[in-house]
Every structure is written in C-alpha cells, then in structure tokens.
Design a protein around this ligand. Structure first.
Ligand code: PHE
Length: 358
C-alpha cells in the first residue's frame, strides 16, 4: 500500500495520498473492532457506495490513462486488503464467541437418576425390622437346595404331593444322591432353618428372608417365584402362647394397631399343632368382597409348634427342646398394605409402578 507515488499522478478527486490515509484510518479502526455490526459499519464506511474509495472508482473513467492505471491499481489493492482484514476480523470474532458459548455453568445440572429399593425388598426389610428388636437374627441360605433340607428333614414324607415334579422345580434327576436327594429350587425358606439348627445349639431365634419357587401358572395372585420370610424360635420352654404373642406383636407393628387377627387350626407336616393366621380384610373391613373372596379375612401366614421329628432330624433332643416356626409371603403382605391387586406388577420392572415406592 505504500509503494512510491508515480510523479505527476495526482488525480483530481481522490489522491493516492488520500487512499493511504483511508488505509491508515481503516487499520486503526479495525484493530479494536470485534462485533459483527461494527465490522459491517467499517465495510460501509470504507467500501460502501458513499465511501471515498467508491467515489475514486467512479472518477477513474474521466482520468487520463496513466493516472487511471496508477489510481485504479491502488484502489483495487485497497479494496482487496480491506475485505481481507474484515473477513479475518469476522472469523476471529466468531471463534471467540464459540469459545465463550461453551457449557453454561449457571444452568441447573442433570441430576443422575437415583435408584431405590424394590417394594419387595422394602417390605422384606420392614418385616425383618419387626422381628430383629424381639431378638431374632437374620439368616440366609442357598436357593438351590437338596430334597433332604426342603422335604425329609421337615417331616415331609416321600409320597407327599409337594414332592411331585409338577409341584417343584427339580434341577437333578430324582435318584442322584441317596441321602441329600436331588437338587431343586427351594419351595420355601424352611430348609434354612434346618441348616441353622444343624450348625447351632438352642436357644435360637432366627428369621429367614429369601426367594422361593413353585411352578404355579402366573396370574393376579400367583407367581412361579416369590419371596418369603420364615422364622424359628427354639428354647428349653417355648409355648403356643409365645408364638401367639410374638406374631401378634409383629402383625400390630406391620399393619398398625387395631388390625383384627385370628388364628385358625391348620395342618403342616413340620409343625404340630399348626395354624394359619388371617387378618380382617382391609378393603371391606370384614364384610366380604372380591379381595378376600367374600370371606372377610385374608390368610397371611402359616405357623405352629415345631414337630418332634424335625428336632430329631437335626439331632436336637426332642424331649428337652420346644419351638415354634412361621412363614409368610412377602408379595402378599406388600399387596395388602398398599392395595395392589396384581402380583405381576412387582416383576415387570415398570418404573411408573416402582417409582411410587420411595
Ligand atoms: N413353609 C411353609 C410354607 O412355605 C410356611 C410355614 C413355615 C408354616 C413354618 C408353618 C411353619 O407354606
């Protein structure tokens, strides 16, 4: 831009010196121009229709040829350079904007989705929380069990219908091992009580939570897999009064005071005498409805005094120890407490259901 001026090449309107002055002015203005509007203003000021450069171009036609060439060439260089600097400045400005337009640290963050305990786990814990303060210890055992623990030691004879293949999920062929028998998915958590008694001497107070399997077809109230909490108390003197006192305390604590309960005689091979415990149906308050099948009562657990044959099977002196046992279905208790009508909702993993349990 500062090449020597050809002597005598002073055009009438715009001079080469004035073009240089324009360039100086433009250079200093663009040095601190950043915003796109400012750059556009500069383009209009230095190259627009009313700019000195535009006036200079218009003049060219009337100039003598040698002046025309010099001025034309200088104006052209001026124009190209101004455009180049404007483009550079625009590029710098947009790079700077995208740097500052990174993450907006003032926006609220994305909270990670927090998990929560499954309603069945929560119910299981609530049940255990009632027994632990009464001196019961939580014990767990294998889900794949031997026939001996699931049946024989519990005084369930070989010809009992629950030992048929259609009532139990067997893992082995029936005759694999002579003593422990075949393996199966346990049909209750009672075998864990046998294992605990084999390991320890009385007194004993345990509660046994866990998963159990029975090949029931899936419907609103049956699932081939569900959860139980069973319990056992053994000491030198334990009576049916203890059983009733402890289970009543549990029921009041779990369902709230004022929940009517009844103990009804029943049969289990591993207890004698045995009972089933019902609570008054909370949906109809004992009048009879579809939830309680018009009975007014809902069965929630089985219990009884441990059968002497069970003590014998684990090597306890049946004449010197007494005990009671009980077992309940966790799904059923959860359904009753929250008014859930279909057991399948627990296992479908539909978050709209599960998220309702804090
Ligand atoms: N084991 C029984 C069942 O699964 C429940 C039960 C346990 C009943 C202890 C009485 C005593 O149905």
């Amino acid at each position: 831009m500062t090449e020597p001026e050809p002597s005598g090449a002073q055009p009438a309107g715009l001079t080469l010196g004035q073009i240089d002055a324009q360039w100086e002015a433009f250079s200093s203005e663009i040095a601190d121009a950043q915003r796109p509007e400012k750059l556009e203003q500069l383009r209009v000021k230095y190259l627009g229709r009313k700019s000195p450069a535009a006036a200079g171009l218009k003049q060219l036609g009337v100039l003598p040829p040698e002046q025309r060439a010099a001025l034309g060439k200088r104006l052209n260089v001026f124009k190209v350079e101004v455009e180049r600097r404007l483009a550079e400045a625009a590029q710098r400005a947009s790079a700077a904007t995208s740097r500052t337009a990174g993450p907006d640290l003032t926006l609220p963050g994305d909270a990670p989705a927090a998990g929560r305990l499954h309603p069945i786990t929560q119910t299981m814990q609530a049940i255990l929380d009632c027994f632990v303060p009464m001196g019961f210890e939580v014990v767990e055992g294998p889900e794949i069990e031997y026939e001996f623990y699931n049946f024989d030691a519990l005084n369930i004879p070989k010809d009992h219908p629950s030992r048929e293949a259609f009532d139990t999920f067997f893992v082995d062929a029936p005759t694999d091992r002579p003593r422990e028998g075949a393996r199966l998915l346990r049909s209750h958590t009672s075998p864990v009580q046998i294992r605990a008694m084999q390991r320890r001497r009385p007194p004993l107070r345990i509660v046994v939570p866990g998963r159990v399997w029975r090949p029931d077809p899936l419907d609103a109230s049956h699932s081939f897999m569900f959860h139980q909490v069973e319990g056992l108390m053994v000491d030198s003197r334990v009576t049916f009064a203890d059983l009733k006192g402890i289970l009543s305390a549990f029921l009041t604590r779990y369902f709230g005071p004022g929940t009517a309960t009844r103990f009804r005689p029943h049969f289990f091979p591993f207890t004698e005498p045995s009972a089933e415990v019902d609570i008054a149906c909370s949906a109809c308050r004992g009048h009879g409805c579809s939830t309680c099948e018009q009975k007014g009562w809902i069965e929630i657990l089985g219990c009884g005094m441990v059968h002497p044959n069970v003590f014998k099977a684990v090597g306890y002196p049946a004449d010197r120890v007494q005990g009671f046992a009980f077992g309940m279905g966790v799904e059923r208790l959860c359904m009753l407490k929250y008014g859930i009508r279909d057991i399948r909702v627990f296992f479908e993993n539909d978050l709209r259901v599960l998220e309702q349990f804090q």
